[in-house]
Design a protein around this ligand. Structure first.
Ligand code: SF4
Length: 490
């Protein structure tokens, strides 16, 4: 599918491990794909890279860590310099380079610690600096898998270089917490990941695109989407993932058309890994995708209230700050008003938080509509940060209706590969002013805006417009559901 033949295998790097966990096909395309068909670097990729670099420098300063930065014109030179510093017992080595014939890596920090190695009475452990949280689930103590496997790769490299494998790796995360990870329990996952990447890169395993929610953040998106459209691939159906596609193929079902055809069958086949209920849903979604028209399949009761609030927040994509609360208020079916609380700089986050709750305190007989659980989760996080009247907070959350879970995911099907509010509302004819609207794009505007709010005033207007349109898109969705409710009851 790419025109290239796997040849001598490139060493596996930590970023490859991360990409593999993101999507195996991305690793395949990055190695063998036609680079001229790649999309330009995405806003998120640019942002993450810039943030990562800035965070590393900030974190080093704030923690008062004195490091020795490895310099050199190319990887080979920097690797020699790293070995020289390790041999000399340098305490903290920043941006060192290590390699073996099959692996290569650039750990953020190599930290000298006690314990024998071929260098003497000390050895090194890897430390990664991340601008987000180290945890996938902090309460459960689960560290993000890509961070753990990257540390495992560095530990593997260190084993070869110093003769001793570090038992732990460390993460300094966005909150400057130092989180230690015991690496041994993760060794089987790490080895399996390496072997799967090696199989992909040697051509032993075949790889194909699988359209999913993460694809929009990938530089192969246009290529993979065209591939799927040309073949009418079943992964164009929302939430139909790679393992489910493999199972369907075992039954000769490869296309959206073929899956839709099962609607005519008296009984659905038994397919490994897909329950009958899930299969019915995919068959329904396949038919909706072919028809191009959304369908509400069961009615939804919305709470009655004099004032409806369509609510959307804008945050930094790494989840650090909330810079805008936007609400379109609607009384009856006609009068609308947009209200917003905007932080002109990250330092104003608390001011906007306080203003938002002063606004909420004055509300009466209201119902809030939002899209996905993100708003409630983020408000809860901000309450921990800044505090808030508990009764007011609980009352607001009790008046929230999630249009995504309540209406879109549970009770309707959409002719779209993704059920984002953008695509769902566009199915209903709603138009955004921006060609490719998105929260990440808005966050990029915000980062530019705060650098010089006077000169960049137009960017603030664009962010507000985008936020307002997200709220209006929810109105279009809610009204469609109400209309379809009527039709279902007739
Ligand atoms: S666009 Fe999607 S399927 Fe294609 S490589 Fe990227 S993440 Fe994988």
């Amino acid at each position: 599918m790419t025109g290239s033949t796997p040849s001598k295998q490139t060493p596996i790097s930590a970023s490859r491990v991360r990409d593999y966990l993101f999507c195996p096909h991305r690793v395949f395309l990055d190695e063998f794909g036609d680079k001229s068909r790649m999309d330009p670097e995405s806003d998120l990729e640019k942002l993450l890279w810039e943030r990562g670099m800035a965070h590393e420098k900030d974190a080093l300063d704030q923690l008062g860590l004195v490091v020795t930065e490895v310099e050199g014109e190319d990887f080979g030179q920097r690797e020699k310099e790293t070995l020289r510093l390790m041999t000399g017992g340098t305490r903290l080595i920043y941006q060192g380079c290590l390699s073996t014939p099959s692996l290569r890596g650039r750990p953020d920090l190599l930290e000298k610690t006690q314990g024998e190695s071929k260098f003497g009475s000390y050895h090194y452990v890897p430390v990664e600096m991340k601008s987000g949280s180290a945890y996938l689930d902090e309460e459960a103590g689960t560290i993000k898998e890509d961070y753990v496997l990257q540390l495992s790769l560095y530990a593997d490299l260190l084993h070869k270089v110093q003769g001793v494998k570090p038992k732990i790796g460390n993460i300094i995360d966005g909150d400057l917490r130092r989180v230690s990870v015991k690496l041994e329990p993760h060794e089987p996952d790490y080895q399996q990941c390496l072997s799967e990447i090696a199989d992909l890169l040697s051509g032993k395993t075949e790889s194909e695109p699988c359209i999913g929610g993460i694809c929009k953040q990938c530089h192969w998106w246009s290529f993979c989407y065209s591939w799927a459209k040309e073949r009418d691939d079943v992964t164009l159906i929302y939430r139909l993932n790679r393992p489910k596609r493999d199972s369907l193929r075992l039954h000769g079902i490869r296309t959206v058309q073929a899956l839709a055809g099962l609607a005519k069958a008296k009984t659905l086949p038994d397919i490994d890994g897909i329950s009958q209920r899930a299969l019915q849903r995919f068959v329904r979604r396949a038919n909706v995708l072919l028809s191009g028209k959304p369908v509400l399949h069961s009615p939804i009761e919305f709470p009655k209230a004099k004032l409806e609030l369509f609510f959307d927040i804008e945050t930094d994509p790494l989840g650090d700050i909330c810079y805008l609360y936007g609400i379109v208020e609607r009384r009856g079916n006609a009068r609308q008003r947009y209200v917003s609380f905007f932080a002109d700089s990250p330092e104003e986050e608390q001011r906007t938080w306080d203003e938002f709750w002063q606004y909420v305190a004055k509300l009466k007989d209201f119902q809030v509509y939002h899209y996905s659980s993100y708003e409630k989760t983020f408000l809860t996080r901000l309450r921990e940060r800044y505090g808030c009247n508990q009764t007011l907070f609980d009352d607001f959350l009790q008046h929230c209706t999630d249009l995504y879970f309540g209406a879109v995911e549970r009770c309707s099907d959409w002719p779209s590969h993704s059920y984002s509010i953008k695509l769902v509302s566009q199915c209903l004819g709603f138009d955004y002013s921006e060609e490719e609207p998105g929260g990440i794009k808005a966050a990029m505007w915000y980062i530019e805006y705060v650098k010089d709010p006077v000169t960049n005033r137009a960017l603030k207007d664009k962010i507000i417009q985008y936020n307002r349109e997200d709220c209006e898109a929810m109105i279009v969705l809610k009204d469609w559901v109400v209309e379809k409710n009527r039709e279902l009851r007739r």
